[in-house]
Design a protein. Structure first.
Ligand code: HEM
Length: 285
């Protein structure tokens, strides 16, 4: 196994700082998760598994995993990974969703018109509405492509010598994918700097699944994100429900900039907005 940390420490200061901040954050999260897992162990009932922590505890305690697989001491680490990897990414995606809705008020209205037509105003959008809301799906894919908010993937290292398109990559080389450049490659994406969800719609107005599948934000290969389907569903539901229930308006005193705060994920600079209720509220406060 190759240790990528010494390699990361060779980076210039700002990049090192990002990884240090990340380590500090991860330590804090780990403490929180350990306390939660301890509570789960106390209340554990093998006949009533309530969440992913219960399932994980059940799996390691039943001895389902192979001898070299996870043991009871790994539950806290695995849960920290899942929460650490899933929380910041999904909330960052939502910040971009909101910022881009503010930047494109006409598109916001079109998305609401699609929701009103498909869902109506007597119920909330559900996952079953997804195939009938192509513009909303296209908006989410374009947000992921355009923001490319995980611009480079987590560094890995080659376990053998590799030949790739005429390049020799020796064993033990640290490699990662530049997702931002894949998503802004002008040979693949016409006018890549333009935010245009309709690039994901075909002539019939349906979602072009091949095109959507070529957005790269969850990495590739064996260590590709395990949460991709879950997070796309979450993003769909959050965005659909927010837009169905509310309209979002920019603060005229603030310029709407696409400049980002740089870290492991690119985040929009802090911004404020006003929210107006559309229909009689269907969500119970
Ligand atoms: C929009 C949201 C998300 C984005 C953009 C995203 C992106 C990524 C990326 C780029 C990686 C690195 C893959 C690599 O090492 O090359 C990754 C790994 C991972 N993600 Fe996500 N992710 C998201 C949501 C989630 C969610 C919701 C979960 C869990 C519920 C999750 C769990 C993980 C885990 C556990 C890994 C490590 C996989 C491994 O090392 O084998 N992610 N993700």
């Amino acid at each position: 196994m190759v240790d990528v940390l010494p390699w990361l420490l060779r980076f210039p200061n700002p990049v090192r700082r990002v990884f240090r901040d990340f380590q500090a954050l991860n330590r804090e999260l780990h403490g929180f998760v350990c306390a939660k897992v301890a509570q789960h162990r106390q209340t554990f009932d093998p006949h009533a598994l309530h969440d992913v922590s219960d399932v994980m505890i059940a799996a390691v305690e039943r001895g389902d995993s192979p001898p070299e697989g996870l043991g009871p001491e790994d539950v806290e680490g695995a849960m920290t990974d899942i929460f650490g990897a899933g929380q910041d990414t999904t909330s960052t995606a939502l910040s971009w969703v909101l910022l881009l809705l503010l930047k494109h008020p006409r598109l916001q209205q079109d998305l609401q018109a699609e929701l009103d037509q498909v869902v109506g105003c007597s119920r909330l959008p559900t996952a079953e509405d997804r195939p009938h809301l192509p513009l909303l799906e296209a908006f989410i894919y374009e947000t992921l492509r355009y923001s490319s908010f995980v611009p480079i993937t987590i560094p890995h290292a080659t376990t053998d010598d590799v030949e790739l398109e005429g390049f020799h990559i020796p064993k033990g080389t640290v490699v990662f994918i530049n997702q931002w450049s894949v998503n802004h490659d002008s040979s693949k994406w016409p006018d890549p700097q333009r935010f245009d969800p309709t690039r994901f719609l075909d002539a019939q107005g349906c979602l072009d699944r091949d095109r959507a599948g070529s957005v790269m934000i969850f990495s590739a290969g064996q260590r590709r994100c395990i949460g991709d389907q879950l997070s796309k569903l979450q993003l769909f539901l959050f965005t659909a429900i927010l837009l169905h229930q509310c309209s979002f308006h920019a603060n005229p005193a603030e310029p709407l900039t696409m400049d980002c705060v740089h870290g492991l994920a690119l985040k929009p600079r802090p911004f404020t907005l006003s929210v107006r209720q559309r229909h009689p509220l269907l969500i119970q406060p």
